[in-house]
Write a protein that binds this ligand. Structure first.
Ligand code: UTP
Length: 297
């Protein structure tokens, strides 16, 4: 029987401490990447993959995110009056993008806890979790492939994996894997949250895209705080990978495209430089300057 349509869940309730003081009064997901907040790229990725129903998990400073996806009648009227159709279209686009809902995570008790807050909205739909500070370049689509795998593997959990340098592996959830009959699709046999390099079962790190069935909620309900005292999504997925839950195990899609972790300052700056340099409206002015600047380093 075909399943119900996918929904999207975007956790954006973390404290963003790596970006203080910018994130003291603003969620890190609202930091601009060129001229759009990071979270708008993520919502666009979900709608681009055909998902219309988007739930954002918000924390303190919730109004910034809610206002961004809401209409702004005064600003729109001013732009209309001035005949500035281009900017008007940009302003209207963010409020017309998707059917956007919000739910509060009272306290940032971890990513697993944030996802659990989506339970009543998601109901018995399958859903994609997209981390609000993790950008996947739209030229390298990933989510569609993950949703196809979910269907193909009979509703199994699908996570996104990326090869990372052993020096950085302790920053990620890491997967032990077995090959499948498909290139760049692996069966996940074990997951470890933020291991030391010498304990890591591979160099395949979990990145911020997950396609899950509603059965994950029962597991999250009983998941105890893990690393850092937080309820970790990785711990719930580890249970699914090792045979818990009703699903058909966990599969990983190995991503080899461009990805930017905008919660990290160096990656955030790289994202802005790369995306601006590639744009038709900004690239021609920026590229010669970048070359000159690099020569002076
Ligand atoms: P991070 O660990 O990158 O977010 O969580 P953080 O804790 O805000 O970052 P730093 O380390 O303090 O700078 C990954 C994603 O999960 C969300 C975050 O908003 C981010 O999108 N998250 C994390 C929640 O929504 N709730 C939480 O309790 C924790």
């Amino acid at each position: 029987m075909p399943h119900k349509p996918f929904k999207a869940v975007i956790p954006a309730a973390g404290l963003g401490t790596r970006f203080l003081p910018a994130t003291k009064a603003m969620p890190k997901e609202m930091l601009p990447v060129v001229d759009k907040p990071a979270i708008q790229y993520v919502v666009e990725e979900a709608t681009g993959a055909g998902i219309q129903d988007v739930l954002i998990i918000i924390g303190r400073n919730k109004n910034n995110i809610a206002n961004h996806f809401d209409s702004m009648p005064e600003l729109e009227a001013k732009l209309r009056e001035k005949g500035d159709d281009d900017k008007l279209a940009k302003v209207e686009h963010s409020s017309d993008l998707a059917d956007i809902h919000m739910v509060r995570q009272g306290e940032p008790k971890g990513l697993g806890h944030a996802v659990l807050r989506a339970r009543s909205h998601v109901g018995d739909h399958p859903f994609a979790v997209l981390l609000g500070d993790d950008l996947i370049d739209e030229r390298d689509p990933l989510l569609t492939k993950m949703m196809e795998e979910y269907d193909k593997r009979g509703g199994a959990t699908v996570i996104a994996l990326m090869e990372v340098d052993p020096a950085h592996i302790h920053l990620y959830g890491v997967a032990a894997v077995e090959a499948t009959d498909e290139e760049d699709v692996v069966k996940v046999t074990q997951l470890v949250e933020k291991p030391k390099a010498e304990d890591a079962p591979s160099n395949l790190a979990i990145i911020g895209r997950y396609v899950l069935g509603p059965d994950v909620f029962d597991i999250l309900e009983r998941t105890q705080p893990g690393k850092g005292g937080e309820i970790q999504l990785t711990d719930a997925l580890e249970e699914l990978a090792t045979g818990g839950g009703d699903g058909g195990g966990v599969y990983g899609v190995v991503f080899r495209g461009r990805r930017y972790d905008t919660g990290d300052r160096v990656d955030y700056i790289k994202a802005i430089v790369q995306l601006a340099a590639d744009r038709d409206d900004l690239g021609p002015a920026l590229r010669p300057w970048f070359k000159e600047f690099a020569q002076g380093l």
